[in-house]
Structure formats: C-alpha cells, structure tokens
Design a protein around this ligand. Sequence first.
Ligand code: WQD
Length: 337
Amino acid sequence: MSKILVTGGCGYIGSHTIVDLLQNGYDVISADNNSRSNPSILKGVEKITGKSIKNYHVDLCIFDDTHAIFQENPDIAGVIHFAAYKSVGESVSNPLMYFENNNNSLTNILRCCEEFNVSNFVFSSSCTVYGNPDETPVTEETALKQAESPYGSTKQMGEQIVQQTVNSNKIQSILLRYFNPVGAHPSIEIGEIPIGRPANLVPAITQTAIGKLPQMQVFGNDYPTRDGSCVRDFIHVSDIAHAHTLALNYLIEKKNKSNCEVFNLGTGNGYTVLEAIQTFEKVSGQKLNYIIAGRRSGDVIGIYANNEKAKKILGWIPKFNLDDMMKTAWEWELKLK
Ligand code: WQD
C-alpha cells in the first residue's frame, strides 16, 4: 500500500482527499499546523473510513521540522501539497504573509522530496492563476495573465517553482487547478470549517441562512455578465478529491508524458453568484438575507473551465451538480449548529 503525505490534511480539500485516497487503497499521513484548520476533521475522516490518520502538527515553513517527517517516514511514495493560505481578500490586505507562507512551505517540501527520492508530487493550484481571462472557458493552454491578488500570485509562483524544480531531478509532478470547491462529503461527516467570518461565497451563504451571520453581501452586480454578478465554476469538493487519487495513480503507474502536467478541475459550467444563491434557496427552502454591495478587490469577473483534458487523460468525471453542492453544504451547516 503506497504511503502518501498530504500536507494541509486537516483542511477542507485535504480532508476530503484523504477520504478518497483511503477508499482507494492508499496509506495516508497528514502534516498540518492547524493555523487555518481544525484537527477534529480527522475524526470525521475516521468515521467515514474506519481508519485513524496520524497528523504531524508541523509548520512546513520550518525546514528541520518538515525534514523530520520524511526521516520518520522513508516509505513516502508521494506528496499532495495543499498546505497554503487561500483567501483572495486576506491576501490583498496581507501580501507578505502569503508570499512567505505559501512559497517557503512549498520549497521545503520539494527539498525533502529531492533528498528522500519521493518521485510523485501533486500541487494544489488554482484557477486564480489565469487572472481575468479574455475568454472562457479556459483551457490549460490559456495564457496566464497578471494574477488579480497576491494569493493568485503565490499559485503562479508555486507552479513555476514546481515546473523548474522537477526539470532538474527525478520528481514527476502534476499541477491541479481547482475552480471553486464547494459542498461537503455526502456522509455529512466532514465539510468546510471556516475560521472566523467566511471569505468564500458558499459558507457565507450557509452561515447567513442558519443565522450565524445577520446578512451577507453580494460583491457587485454591475459586472458585464448575464445578471451583473461574477461568474464562477463551482465544483464539489468530493469531485476535486477524487481527481487527486486519479492524478497519483497516473504518476505512480508512470503514465505521465512529461514531468510536469497541468489539469483544470471544474465542471465546465459557469454560474453567477446570484444564480448560486437562487440554487441554494431552492434546495434549502431558505430565503437568503443579502444585499448588493460594491465590488471586492481581487475578484475576477468571470471564469469557468474547459475540463476535457482531465476527463480524457485522468478519466475524471465530476459526479455532483450545483444542487448537490448546495444541499450538502446546507446539511453540513445544519450539523455544525
Ligand atoms: C466567489 C464569488 C465573490 C463571498 C476561490 C478560492 C480560491 C480559489 C478560487 C481554490 C466572487 C462572491 C463571495 C461573499 C460574494 N480556489 N462573494 N459575497 O474569490 O472565486 O476564490 O476560488 O484554490 O482559493 O478562494 O471565491 O467564494 O471568495 O468568491 O459576493 O460573501 O462570490 O465576490 O465573485 P473566489 P469566493
């Protein structure tokens, strides 16, 4: 059974990916300093899979502590690197914190992969690397424009760091560009646990609906889109999770054509913010209390994926639709109450 190190394993996408890896025969360890996550999520992973996960409570920006994980686990066959800060808005107000955390943790992990001959590396990237695309849907060949936020810049830099590191050694890598991950595992045993006031749309919707937030704001309805609000490609977190298992299988079975391949992970459908809210109201039966506010700096107007490459090469087929995403997100919020 191949052992996989999942960094950020207590996080939203990390925990869902651990479930999928375990259910597909992998052995998993996590590294997460819980600065932006809650270790209790691994109890939910255990409830779903029956397996308990060891989490190394380590700040990956500290090389010696990161190195110690690999020393203790010389049989790590692959790494999935999620650990990073990821709020577009926060990165605008605190850019250096983002550059330091996201880049230093990545270079430490890559240095350890080199030293310990870990040859399979999956990097958690993001559609924010495209910036404001001139046309949609975007493919993996769409030119990357200026990132709209320091968060997006750290993902562009991260991709460059991976691409230029793997060229000079034996690491085989895949960059996965997520669109907007939302929803919760169908078992409702794990889901998103925002720290503080949620920056992302769907937890803001569910926390407003349940009364944790008095009202939510729609950041702009004067964009050049069909209803004036931004367009996003919402993708269920469990579909994102399964793509990581398929990406690892692809690398471990040495099916990759080059030592750094890129895949878009989106449904291929763009929905506006207001359409997402309407879908939530439909599946939850809750009327949402929101107002139209000004635009949020760092937002791109509209983006959604051409996902044909992941479908064709990884055999990835997204299973959940927007109704499922909103339904599981709402059921998870109700459970957190
Ligand atoms: C979506 C839309 C907001 C909150 C996210 C992740 C990022 C990356 C890409 C994975 C925007 C609007 C939001 C609110 C609102 N994913 N909104 N009111 O900025 O697209 O980025 O997906 O790596 O990590 O953060 O997601 O959910 O913050 O915003 O109107 O209270 O919803 O303006 O148009 P974003 P988001």
